[in-house]
Design a protein. Structure first.
Length: 162
């Protein structure tokens, strides 16, 4: 008799542990105001865990039962906070508004003598002698000498300053 009570008690306790640890897949899509999916948007939970969107803008994040706040962000767009309840795991499309960042001033000069003293940016001068020393075949090779510029690709393919 005692063993059947212990067995029942162990079964009930193990069942409560299993149901408490159940994960729910929260799904959604991230797009811009035109409805275009945003590939690689960051979907974060409390700055601790998260995921990114795929090529179609969809994401899936496994969470324990409960209520959460997700932060969705993408470069060039304003971040959005979204309330999530795992009882309703399918989210509507999350639309990120375009960031309205404006620049105070852009200075482009061909002469090194036109640098503004109060310019709060980064200036770097490549002298004609330095260009002749590396004997570049393209501007890509010149840009690779600039500190802080990393070029991915070769000879004009996939050139993106990082």
């Amino acid at each position: 008799m005692k063993s059947s009570i212990y067995l029942t008690l162990i079964f009930i306790l193990s069942w409560s542990v299993v149901t408490a640890q159940q994960l729910v897949d929260v799904r959604g899509q991230v797009s811009d105001p035109n409805g275009e999916p945003l590939t690689g948007a960051l979907v974060m939970l409390n700055d601790t865990s998260g995921t990114t969107t795929g090529n179609d803008g969809h994401f899936q994040l496994s969470l324990p039962n409960g209520k959460y706040r997700l932060t969705v962000s993408y470069l060039g767009y304003d971040a959005q906070e979204v309330a999530v309840d795992t009882r309703q795991p399918d989210l509507e499309t999350i639309i990120l508004p375009v960031s309205s960042t404006t620049l105070n001033e852009i200075l482009v000069s061909a002469s090194p003598h036109n640098f503004k003293k109060d310019f709060k940016g980064s200036n770097y001068r490549i002298s004609p002698t330095a260009i002749n020393n590396i004997n570049p075949l393209s501007t890509e090779e010149v840009l690779r000498t600039v500190p802080g510029i990393n070029i991915i690709g070769d000879m004009g393919l996939s050139n993106r300053p990082n």
